[in-house]
Design a protein around this ligand. Structure first.
Ligand code: GLC
Length: 421
């Protein structure tokens, strides 16, 4: 009987290819703020339409820990996951485990996305993932508190520190002792790499490793930038930042207990949600310059969706990726959760610009975001780890930046000999 049934099913599948059997597709979506919920809504909408089911694989909030989880699964050739969310810095590390999506995505669909991201997702001619949303570091601030104390949004980091101090002091006098000046991602993880790259680049200290593969991090401007931020710890920035990820910083800011916060665009819709104590009181701007001669810069972040080579249903998984990365779904995600689209035309969408004015106002920040040094290919994660450990040591008072950066340089030299990665 079993055999007869299996035979019938096989014949049915062959003769009516459009009526596919219901399959379960497992996707890992991300865990910051409302990421999992918003992803689930999209994936379930697709499943209903397509006649399949979806399951979410839960992942840690720390991007590096996520990478470790996937590397373990993929290295074992596991078919437990079909669709993987890939960080903008991972293609060079994980490309081998993903199918080429070119056969599923016509050129005209790919052309709608920011082309540098599509290129970044193309490894040795293989398109391993489709852009889903893009990120750049931004400065959030309490419009109401700045106005109340006659302060203006800062143009340099130094001004940021002064404004933060002035507002904290004035509020303290009025009995508000919980308020801190600045929160950011200071734990020794990928998020600190992003923050510290912004500091260094904004002070004119380069990008750790340059576009030719040369290690540049051991330079006076980079040291000045990192020492500057180390100097904020324990006064403008609470010591707690040394263990904050994105959500740690957002927790403090959203409770109303910080004047400034560095975070990604996703924090906007949460800060302004109905149940947020600071709804309507928040401003968002490009990150400040590292002094009058510095520049305003934000680290390029963002996520893509790829299909595992070990998936038992790669074609169906690719359909889910197509749905989630479509203009319609990207617009929905931007409206409900301020995830920045990767489809260029959405930056002109009136409804979206109304919900997230910063999409238009900070467009230049997004398109000029500074990439992390992925020229280091499969070694990027090690490079990032060495860099942020050196930064974290400095922030924790373990040595001056110049000495720590010298040590970072020596470690990087071992990883990439003569600029060859
Ligand atoms: C955000 C960015 C991602 C980055 C991560 C670090 O999720 O989009 O690119 O690696 O933060 O915490």
């Amino acid at each position: 009987m079993k055999k007869v049934l299996a035979g019938l099913v096989a014949v049915a599948a062959l003769s009516t290819p459009s009526v596919a059997l219901a399959e379960k597709i497992v996707i890992a979506c991300g865990a910051l703020g409302q990421e999992a919920d918003v992803c689930k809504q999209g994936a379930e909408a697709w499943a209903k339409k397509a006649g399949h089911t979806v399951e979410l694989m839960s992942v840690p909030t720390d991007a590096g820990q996520q990478l470790a989880q996937f590397q373990q699964l993929l290295a074992a050739g596991s078919s437990d996951i079909d669709v993987v969310r890939i960080d903008v810095v991972w293609p060079g590390i994980v490309a081998n485990h993903f199918i080429d999506l070119k056969p599923y995505f016509p050129e005209d669909v790919l052309k709608q996305h920011f082309q540098p991201i599509v290129q970044n997702n193309t490894v040795n001619g293989k398109l391993i993932a489709i852009p889903w949303f893009t990120d750049a570091g931004l400065l959030y601030y309490r419009k109401d508190l700045l106005e109340k104390h006659g302060q203006k949004p800062p143009t340099t980091w130094q001004e940021m520190a002064q404004v933060a101090q002035a507002v904290v002091d004035a509020e303290k006098k009025a009995g508000n002792t919980r308020l801190v000046g600045y929160v950011f991602q200071g734990k020794a993880y990928e998020g600190l790499t992003c923050n510290a790259l912004e500091w260094v680049d904004s002070f004119g200290g380069g990008t750790i490793v340059d576009s030719k593969g040369q290690i540049t991090i051991n330079n006076p401007k980079a040291a000045e930038a990192i020492d500057f931020f180390a100097g904020l710890i324990g006064n403008v920035a609470p010591k707690g930042v040394l263990s904050y990820e994105e959500e740690g910083a957002r927790g403090v800011f959203q409770k109303g207990d910080a004047v400034f916060m560095r975070n990604w665009p996703y924090a906007w819709s949460l800060a302004n949600a109905k149940d947020s104590p600071i709804a309507g009181k928040v401003g968002v701007m490009a990150l400040p310059k590292g002094g009058p001669d510095g520049k305003s810069t934000g680290t390029l972040g963002g996520w893509q969706l790829g299909v595992s080579k070990y998936s038992k249903n790669p074609a169906i998984a690719a359909e889910l990726v197509k749905y989630l990365t479509s203009a319609e779904e990207q617009k929905r995600r931007a409206l409900v959760a301020s995830f920045n689209p990767t489809i260029m035309s959405l930056y002109k969408d009136a409804e979206l610009l109304k919900a997230n004015p910063f999409l238009g106002e900070l467009y230049d920040t997004f398109v000029n975001a500074v990439p992390r040094p992925t020229i280091t290919g499969a070694k990027y994660n090690q490079v990032s780890t060495e860099f942020r450990n050196g930064v974290h040591a400095t922030l924790s008072g373990k040595g001056k930046a110049a000495d720590n950066l010298k040590k970072v340089e020596a470690k990087l030299k071992k990883l990439g000999k003569n600029g060859k990665w």
